[in-house]
Design a protein around this ligand. Structure first.
Ligand SMILES: NC(=O)c1ccc[n+]([C@@H]2O[C@H](COP(=O)([O-])OP(=O)(O)OC[C@H]3O[C@@H](n4cnc5c(N)ncnc54)[C@H](OP(=O)(O)O)[C@@H]3O)[C@@H](O)[C@H]2O)c1
Length: 453
């Protein structure tokens, strides 16, 4: 796809010097953790980028909320303003980098930039997971880049491989650890036997978790990223509110220890898979984020601390894994810088990377999802209990793969791992088990992924 010739200005030639670089000026919206790191990284890398691409990228203007805040970013005070729209509309600005986050006013700013034919780079998952469809279509209509490598898994190159290298690959499933905070918490619980509350407090102390950790621990952040991955992998729009979401607060150190003994790690996982064909011939997809037992032999089980990883199963390519820092100013700025160089070179060459205009995906209801399950029940310790419990599984066609009893007397527990079963059948089984006088509590119900049986 081509665009109108860029208004970037060539640097005057010096006789005998190499070909003049084209100049591209960016308007930076937001100069916080990522925007500030980008400004520093761009300064550090400017001459290398220019030597390798023939394009000189500079920051023309910066919009922030508080102009008086001190920022160690090496940019003159005269570049800063609080008027975001004036930066977008400034005719001297060639490319807009949106790093303020949230939906408003980011949505209007991005839409306006695209309308003006200006490429946009953003790291804003919240925006794309809700308004991606309209913005992708606007970028396509304008024939300009809308690049968002940093919106999913921070510094890990994922969007570009999915959009470019794997665009012709029939991807059967993507499983990802795409929230560093929950991975950090579960790692501490697993390696130190810490309780959920202790591990969360440690994550907050280290700055991995916000004071209000809801977005991370209840899966909202991962759901937004999973929606973006599903959209790009299957070429059909999935929105954040269509992603089935479960948080990690119900996982105990004891569940983690039992799972480890059975050969599994408990991880907060996003699963994005093709579930079938929709009525209109488009893909039917299943997208969910929840804690899951992952076999210790699976590559995702060894992803520790706040690291992210995305494991992709392709029909032709086989298994692939992308691993790295999913957040943090510098890793995320690195992803933004990669997009920026691409967009700048495309701008100079009057071209752009097409995203595609997507229809809405058919999203399979969670009741119809198939998975194996780990179930832990507190039971009365008396003869005949196992037979009565097993009977409930049989009633709903849920097949048991393994079972063990733990503890005696009041502490007696039955631990089951099922074969792959329909979610609705497992929920029916659980409802029937809760009715039994011999089951005093259903401690844990966690899906098992990565070892389909
Ligand atoms: N941090 C990460 O690790 C990470 C990873 C991946 C993606 N991202 C995404 O990157 C984006 C930026 O994140 P961040 O961590 O850099 O956020 P941040 O540290 O909170 O920075 C936000 C910046 O935007 C400015 N801002 C906010 N609202 C504004 C408004 N209405 N008008 C003008 N300026 C406004 C703030 O100005 P002041 O400085 O004056 O307050 C600040 O400079 C978000 O979309 C986030 O989801 C972040």
């Amino acid at each position: 796809m081509t665009t109108a010739a860029p208004d970037s200005t060539p640097i005057p030639a010096d006789p005998g010097s190499p070909a003049p670089a084209a100049r591209v000026r960016i308007g930076l919206l937001g100069c916080g953790t990522v925007g500030g790191a980008l400004a520093r990284l761009l300064e550090e890398r400017r001459s290398t980028i220019e030597a390798r691409t023939g394009v000189e990228i500079s920051i023309g203007r910066v919009a922030v909320r508080d102009i008086a805040k001190s920022r160690d970013v090496g940019l003159g005070a005269e570049l800063f303003t609080t008027d975001t729209m004036s930066v977008v509309e400034d005719p001297e600005i060639d490319i807009v980098v949106e790093l303020i986050g949230g939906v408003d006013p980011a949505r209007d700013l991005v839409a306006r930039a695209l309308e003006l034919g200006k490429p946009v780079i953003t790291g804003n998952k919240a925006l794309l997971a809700v308004h991606g469809a309209g913005l992708y279509a606007a970028a396509d209509a304008a024939g300009v880049d809308l690049l968002f490598e940093a919106a999913v898994a921070g510094g890990i190159p994922l969007m570009r491989p999915l959009r470019e290298s794997l665009v012709g690959e029939p991807v059967t499933r993507v499983m990802g650890i795409i929230n560093g905070t929950t991975n950090y918490i579960l790692t501490r619980m697993s390696e130190e036997g810490a309780s959920y509350d202790e591990a969360l407090a440690e994550a907050q102390e280290l700055g991995y978790a916000e004071e209000d950790p809801t977005a991370d621990v209840e899966g909202h952040d991962a759901a937004a990223k999973a929606a973006i991955i599903a959209t790009i992998v299957y070429g059909a729009i999935v929105q954040a509110d269509e992603v089935h979401r479960e948080g990690i607060a119900g996982i105990t150190a004891d569940d983690i220890a039992v799972a480890a003994r059975l050969g599994y790690a408990i991880k907060a996982i996003a699963v994005i898979e093709k579930a079938g064909e929709g009525a209109d011939g488009g893909p039917e997809v299943a997208v969910r984020v929840h804690p899951a037992l992952v076999p210790l032999t699976h590559p995702l089980a060894s992803v520790r601390d706040s690291f992210n990883a995305i494991f992709l199963e392709g029909d032709a390519v086989g298994d692939l894994m992308f691993y790295g820092r999913g957040a943090g100013g510098e890793p995320t700025a690195s992803a933004i810088l990669g997009d920026l160089v691409d967009a700048a070179v495309n701008r100079v060459n009057a071209s752009s990377a097409r995203i595609g205009s997507f229809a809405r995906a058919v999203v399979r209801p969670v009741a119809d999802l198939l998975s194996a399950y780990y179930l832990s029940l507190a039971v009365v310790d008396q003869p005949g209990v196992l037979a009565r419990v097993a009977e409930q599984f049989g009633r709903f066609g849920v097949s048991i793969r393994s079972m063990e009893q733990q503890g005696l007397g009041d502490g007696a527990r039955l631990i089951f791992i099922t074969h792959t079963s329909r979610e609705s059948a497992v929920q029916d089984t659980l409802a029937a088990l809760r009715e039994l006088d011999i089951v005093s509590d259903v401690h844990a119900v966690v899906r098992v992924v990565g070892d389909e049986i």
